[in-house]
Ligand binder design. Structure first.
Ligand SMILES: [Zn+2]
Length: 71
Protein backbone atom coordinates (compact mmCIF):
# COMPACT_ATOMS: atom_id res chain seq x y z
CA UNK A 1 0.00 0.00 0.00
CA UNK A 2 1.56 3.30 -1.01
CA UNK A 3 2.14 5.71 1.79
CA UNK A 4 0.54 9.06 1.17
CA UNK A 5 0.67 12.02 3.44
CA UNK A 6 -2.63 13.69 4.16
CA UNK A 7 -1.04 17.10 4.01
CA UNK A 8 0.13 16.78 0.41
CA UNK A 9 -1.73 19.10 -1.97
CA UNK A 10 -1.55 20.16 -5.56
CA UNK A 11 -0.94 23.70 -6.71
CA UNK A 12 -4.15 25.06 -8.32
CA UNK A 13 -2.02 27.14 -10.68
CA UNK A 14 0.45 24.67 -12.17
CA UNK A 15 -0.41 21.28 -10.62
CA UNK A 16 2.89 20.88 -8.78
CA UNK A 17 2.74 18.78 -5.61
CA UNK A 18 3.26 20.78 -2.45
CA UNK A 19 4.31 18.54 0.40
CA UNK A 20 3.67 20.55 3.51
CA UNK A 21 1.91 23.72 4.52
CA UNK A 22 4.17 26.46 5.83
CA UNK A 23 1.48 27.53 8.22
CA UNK A 24 -1.52 25.78 9.77
CA UNK A 25 -4.33 26.85 11.99
CA UNK A 26 -7.42 25.29 13.48
CA UNK A 27 -10.97 26.41 13.06
CA UNK A 28 -13.41 25.16 15.65
CA UNK A 29 -17.06 25.10 14.67
CA UNK A 30 -19.01 27.39 16.99
CA UNK A 31 -21.99 25.05 17.13
CA UNK A 32 -22.04 21.29 17.78
CA UNK A 33 -23.90 19.02 15.38
CA UNK A 34 -26.94 16.87 16.23
CA UNK A 35 -24.78 14.34 18.03
CA UNK A 36 -23.15 17.07 20.07
CA UNK A 37 -19.85 16.78 18.28
CA UNK A 38 -17.65 19.71 17.55
CA UNK A 39 -15.97 19.77 14.16
CA UNK A 40 -12.38 20.98 14.18
CA UNK A 41 -10.98 21.83 10.78
CA UNK A 42 -7.27 22.29 10.27
CA UNK A 43 -6.38 24.68 7.46
CA UNK A 44 -2.99 25.11 5.92
CA UNK A 45 -1.27 27.75 3.83
CA UNK A 46 0.77 26.24 1.04
CA UNK A 47 3.36 27.81 -1.19
CA UNK A 48 4.11 26.16 -4.52
CA UNK A 49 7.87 25.50 -4.94
CA UNK A 50 7.48 25.69 -8.70
CA UNK A 51 5.51 28.87 -9.41
CA UNK A 52 5.35 30.48 -6.00
CA UNK A 53 1.56 30.44 -5.86
CA UNK A 54 0.19 30.60 -2.35
CA UNK A 55 -3.04 28.82 -1.63
CA UNK A 56 -5.14 27.66 1.27
CA UNK A 57 -6.43 24.13 1.72
CA UNK A 58 -8.04 21.93 4.34
CA UNK A 59 -5.36 19.76 5.92
CA UNK A 60 -7.62 17.59 8.06
CA UNK A 61 -10.91 17.46 9.86
CA UNK A 62 -11.69 15.99 13.23
CA UNK A 63 -14.88 15.50 15.16
CA UNK A 64 -14.69 15.78 18.88
CA UNK A 65 -17.31 13.73 20.65
CA UNK A 66 -19.07 14.62 23.83
CA UNK A 67 -18.36 11.40 25.68
CA UNK A 68 -18.06 11.93 29.36
CA UNK A 69 -20.31 14.94 29.38
CA UNK A 70 -23.60 14.34 31.14
CA UNK A 71 -26.47 16.68 30.44
ZN1 LIG B 1 2.44 26.13 -8.83
Amino acid sequence: MPKTTATEKRCPNCGETVKEPYKTWELVAPMPDKKMRITVTVFGMYECPSCGKKFRAVVSKAKLGAEGITL
